[in-house]
Write a protein that binds this ligand. Structure first.
Ligand code: SF4
Length: 384
């Protein structure tokens, strides 16, 4: 039997670059049962397969209108069912992922780029080009734990009231891969003993590891900091600062982090556009950014959206939110420039000097309406 596996986000989103773990597990399971599995790269090819699994993570990924669930086509994932997404059967959920599911697609992308460069007489830097595929080629991926008890209203994670063990590291660790990427919802929320054991396994593996979701800063203590900041952590250690009401708690935790941070880069997701999309929401974002700057931590603006709404896109500050994210989400820029300087730099590059660029326009519009907020925050700087 030929099984087609569709990563709908890969086909439906332009710059999507992260493997769909459910697709890899489905492939791994069926291959072991002796079936042929293949990543589908074109919805028009679905007729070639006896059975098709379509998985989607993002609710706003578009699907071809002709594609419907049937006896041979099965849908799954949060992109279809949001927080009601049915679980994979245990035999698949706990199967070693097929980390080679995407190999042919990557080869195809490389060939196409090479050809493009040849035609344009340009040099092709394969190593640089391959960077975008590193999550597909370099990492073992999985969940050590699942679930979360916080039930933040903006989060898809509403199913459980606790954090519980999900997979042992050995279940998804491919020793040939250089690194480990953990998708846990709230790893630090697991009990002390289990957390210690899992940290120890990660350290013993000798591989660099990272948690893809922001870690729960509110659960940090000295011991966790000691482990995290002395480990072979891969990239920025990332936490979440979603709610201004956590200001004092986060402030206290930042004081702990400061003792361990050294040269490690620490990043915080800063959620905006959830409770409202008004001046207060923007002021709250800047208040969080200011605190993070003070402790040498990088903010990363996350604009809220769910399966039905993207409130910031229909707000009067749409352009401002875009500018704020462009400023914050580029570390090399946010470390060097205040928000005002960033907008001025954009204006400098603007071709038509007699008009305002969109960033400058958004900044001016806000400043005219809310001069006090602008005075307080538009010139704040990252502190090392
Ligand atoms: S703490 Fe994180 S995982 Fe838990 S509900 Fe809130 S956003 Fe979701």
């Amino acid at each position: 039997m030929n099984i087609g596996i569709v990563d709908a986000d890969l086909l439906g989103r332009k710059k999507h670059r992260f493997p769909n773990l459910a697709c890899e597990k489905i492939s791994g399971y069926y291959k072991e049962q002796g079936y042929q599995t293949e990543l589908v790269l074109d919805f028009n090819d679905l007729y070639k397969y006896d059975k098709v699994f379509v998985s989607k993570v993002f609710t706003d990924t578009e699907m071809p209108p002709f594609l419907e669930q049937s006896d041979t086509v099965q849908f799954g994932g949060t992109g279809f069912y949001f927080d009601k997404a049915p679980k994979l059967p245990d035999c698949i959920e706990h199967h070693m992922p097929d980390y080679h599911l995407y190999d042919k697609w990557i080869e195809k992308e490389v060939r196409a780029k090479k050809l493009f460069c040849e035609k344009k007489n340009k040099k092709f830097n394969e190593q640089y080009f391959m960077q975008q595929f590193k999550e597909y080629t370099d990492y073992s991926i999985g969940f050590l734990t699942r679930g979360c008890f916080r039930k933040c209203k903006f989060c898809v994670n509403q199913k459980y009231n606790r954090v519980f063990l999900h997979s042992p590291l050995s279940e998804f660790l491919d020793t040939a891969r250089k690194k480990i990427c953990l998708l846990d919802d709230n790893f630090l929320g697991i009990g002390y003993k289990e957390r210690k054991r899992m940290f120890s396994e990660l350290l013993t593996s000798g591989k660099r590891f990272k948690f893809k979701q922001g870690l729960d800063e509110r659960l940090l203590d000295d011991e966790i900091c000691k482990i995290l900041f002395s480990s072979k952590y891969d990239g920025d250690i990332t936490f979440a600062f979603d709610n201004i009401e956590d200001y004092d708690v986060i402030h206290n935790k930042l004081k702990i982090i400061r003792q361990y941070k050294n040269r490690k880069s620490v990043k915080f997701y800063v959620l905006v556009g959830f409770g409202s999309t008004d001046a207060l929401d923007i002021e709250n974002a800047f208040k969080r950014i200011e605190l993070l700057f003070h402790y040498g931590c990088l903010p990363y603006i996350m604009r809220f959206q769910n399966k039905n709404d993207t409130p910031w896109k229909i707000s009067e500050f749409r352009s401002f939110y875009i500018t704020l994210a462009r400023w914050c989400n580029q570390p090399s820029i946010v470390k060097k420039m205040s928000f005002r300087e960033f907008c001025e730099a954009n204006q400098e590059l603007h071709k038509n000097k007699s008009t305002l660029c969109s960033s400058m326009d958004a900044m001016r519009m806000f400043e005219n309406k809310y001069p006090d907020i602008a005075r307080k925050y538009f010139d704040i700087r990252f502190e090392i």
